[in-house]
Structures are given as C-alpha cells and as structure tokens.
Design a protein around this ligand. Structure first.
Ligand code: COA
Length: 385
C-alpha cells in the first residue's frame, strides 16, 4: 500500500490541438483498395508462385464494427490518401523553424495555461510524452520550453500509448519533491507518421492530435476551481508494465547498422490486435480496481472513466469489469469515433472534452494502456470552487 501523498497536486488546466484535416473510413478504404490492387498486380508472378501472399482488400464497414472508429484527424491528408505514397507529406523544416511536434504542442499548451491562469514564463518544467519523437535530440520538450519562454528543465519520454499518464506521474513526483512548481505535460502525437496505411489490419487504427495538461501544487494554484472546467486534485497515480511483443514498432537508430534486411512493415506500428484485446482488458481491470482500493475510493463512487481510446468494445469491457455492470456513455465517454486511436492523447482528450459537467467532489479515473504492455491510472477529484 503506497503511503499517503504529503503534498497535494492538481491538474489546473488542460488543452487540445485537433488537426484541421479529417479522413473518413470510406476515404481510407478507397485509397487502400487502389493501393492493394496495384500491389497485387505488381506482385502477380510471386503471388502465383506462392512466394508472397496477396494483400487483402479493406472493408469500410468492418472498421466501425470492429473498433468503433468512424474517422480520424491527420496533420496532412493528401499524402495519406495517395495510393502511391500512403504516408503524410510533411515538408522538411530548417533548424531555424519550429519543428512540427513543437508547433502542434503550442496551441494545446496555451489553451491549458489560460485555464490555469498562468503565463508561459511561469512554466518551469516541460515533459513531452508520446509514442514517437521526430528526432533523437535535442529533446522536443526543450524546443517547446524555448518557444514558451519557460524556465527550468524539459525532457522527452516514450511509453507508447501510456505516455501521458506516465508523464503525469513524473510531473506529480517533481511537484512533490520540489524540483518544479508549474509543470506542462504535452502529448504531440503524429501517429500518421508511424501508422501502416498499406495493410488493412492496421490502416484505420490511428489519428493525430495533441493534448496538454498543467500541473501544480494545489496550494500554489491560481485556478480556484470555480471555472467551467474546474481544478482536479490528484488522489493517486499508479503505473505498471509487463513485457509483450504484441504491439511493436522496430523503427530506431540501429536500423541502418543492423546486419540483415528488415521488412519495412517492421519499422512502423504493428500489432496482434486480438491478443492485445484479450490480454490487456483483464490487466487494466485489475490495475484500476487495485488503484481504487489503494486510494480508498469505491468503484461505485467513480463518476467518470476517461479511458485510453483504442477500441469501443475494449473500453466497455474494462468499465464493466471495474463497475460490475455495463457503463453508460456518460460514465465512460467515447472520442475514438471521431479521433480514432490518438495514442497517449486519447484518455486526455476524453478528459478535456468531458469534464465540465462534473461537480465539486466528483471523482474520475484517467487511464491509458498500450504497448509495453503499459498501464497508467490517475484518480482525480474535482475541487470545490
Ligand atoms: N477491412 C476488412 N477486413 C479487415 C480489416 C479491414 N480494414 N482489418 C482487418 N480485417 C480482417 C482481418 O484481416 C481478419 O481477416 P481474416 O479472418 O481473413 O484473417 C478479420 O478481419 C478479423 O481480424 P481481427 O484482427 O481478428 O479483428 P478484430 O475483431 O480483432 O478487430 C482490432 C481488430 C484491431 C479492431 C481489435 O483487435 C482491437 O482493437 N484490438 C485492441 C487493439 C489495441 O488496443 N491496441 C492498442 C494499440 S495502442
């Protein structure tokens, strides 16, 4: 049982950047159909000889039925839908320009800072947590820190889809041990850069977005909780990892040095979706249940579950496992229908969009899960205004 936290920490602001371009399942399936037909024609001899397998055609109705996803936002649409390209077109920027991940971070952070009643210069720590970083170094977080005119320190971290909750834990630790006083956690997810748009099993899964949170010691907060979106005291954080190869992406700086050829589909996202579904649901139910027990909160007293947004049925099963009954949409809000899986940003988008109706004293759980496997949960309570 963890000891009671000595210093209270609150989420004092949240923000969201949604890219302007959206892609429907029908658009995605249409472009993949052209790509698959062309690929199969180009490889007809090998397919007939049985040395390679034909690629399967996608079906737009399968996507929504299997996952709950109807559309996704992307940073750049034309390249993703171009059957000869199947990845976004992101122009190379000079070192003097703001990088694309830092750029998408800014509106989300500024949105969160307004709610917190803080200026950029008040920030003294920036943690960028996301599934894929555009370069090895300098850290995107340091670029963001510079663009904000913030002080203190900054670093990048990656725990795949759990990067937001793992970043929150780092922010809480820094605030409790006094190494920072106003921490920004930001999740600039350009999933379209590492999604596999060439295979029907994966092409529909992800979408792009960026979320940001401001965290402060409750005693220092300028946000008194009376605003529409409240202030959220953190009652507890809990992280867990358990190794699995079922979600994997082997892109990395050793690719060029590896002795042997890699399948290009190994250096983008891949997963065994059914195994993930079967193994992760019970893991998450057990995790949230244990966490609620540790912080002394009954599951029946949790007003809302802001869950990672990968699959609608998965979230229904997890909420049912924790509550012992089928949740309604109000208890476990869904954003994946519109956003798809935005990796680490998903649970925070759900929190950002579905929190203003909760009342003072209401409790909720932000929970992310994904590759690693990794699970992170944050139990919060709306502060009195
Ligand atoms: N269009 C048409 N058919 C498709 C398709 C598409 N876009 N995508 C997959 N299929 C096919 C498969 O190829 C398979 O065909 P087969 O039976 O001929 O081999 C069939 O549909 C069933 O595929 P399967 O992968 O078993 O479907 P599923 O019901 O498990 O749904 C997911 C797939 C990905 C939606 C689901 O497994 C899932 O969401 N899992 C959890 C993923 C997760 O949380 N990941 C975390 C990532 S951060």
């Amino acid at each position: 049982m963890p000891s009671a936290p000595s210093v209270s920490v609150s989420i004092t602001g949240s923000g969201l950047f949604t890219p302007p371009a959206s892609i429907t399942n029908a658009e995605l399936a249409a472009s993949l159909t052209v790509s698959v037909e062309k690929w199969n024609a180009d490889h007809a001899v090998d397919i007939a000889a049985g040395t390679v397998g034909a690629r399967e055609l996608p079906d737009e109705t399968f996507i929504e039925k299997a996952s709950g996803i109807a559309s996704r936002y992307v940073m750049e649409k034309s390249g993703v839908l171009d059957p000869d390209r199947m990845r976004p077109i992101l122009p190379l920027r000079s070192e003097d320009e703001l990088g694309v991940q830092a750029e998408m971070s800014m509106p989300a952070i500024l949105d969160a800072l307004v709610q917190a009643g803080r200026r950029s210069s008040d920030v003294d720590a920036v943690i960028v947590g996301c599934s894929n970083l555009q370069r090895a170094y300098p850290a995107v977080a340091i670029e963001v820190q510079n663009a904000l005119g913030a002080g203190g320190w900054a670093f990048d971290m990656n725990v795949a889809c759990s990067s937001a909750t793992f970043s929150i834990q780092n922010a809480v630790d820094a605030l409790r041990n006094g190494t920072a006083s106003c921490v920004v956690v930001v999740n600039p997810e350009i999933t379209s850069g590492h999604n596999n748009f060439e295979l029907r099993d994966h092409h529909f899964i992800f979408g792009d977005a960026c979320t940001a949170l401001v965290l402060e010691r409750t005693d220092d907060a300028l946000n008194d909780g009376s605003g529409n979106n409240g202030r959220w005291e953190i009652l507890g954080t809990k992280l867990a990892t358990q190794f699995s190869n079922n979600i994997r992406n082997d892109f990395g700086f050793l690719n060029e040095s590896e002795d042997g050829e890699r399948d290009p589909h190994d250096v983008v996202f891949r997963q065994n979706g059914q195994s993930v579904f079967k193994e992760v649901c019970p893991l998450v139910v057990k995790h949230i249940t244990a966490h609620l027990t540790e912080v002394g909160v009954d599951a029946a007293d949790v007003r809302r579950f802001w869950l990672h947004q990968a699959n609608l049925k998965m979230n229904q099963l997890i909420a049912k496992g924790v509550l012992g009954r089928i949740p309604d949409g109000d208890e476990a809000p869904v954003i994946l229908d519109e956003y798809a899986n935005t990796s680490s940003a998903g649970s925070v988008i759900a929190f950002h969009k579905h929190r203003s109706d909760l009342r003072s004293g209401d409790r909720g759980v932000i929970c992310s899960f994904g590759a690693g496997y990794s699970v992170g949960s944050i139990v919060v309570q709306r502060a009195s205004g």
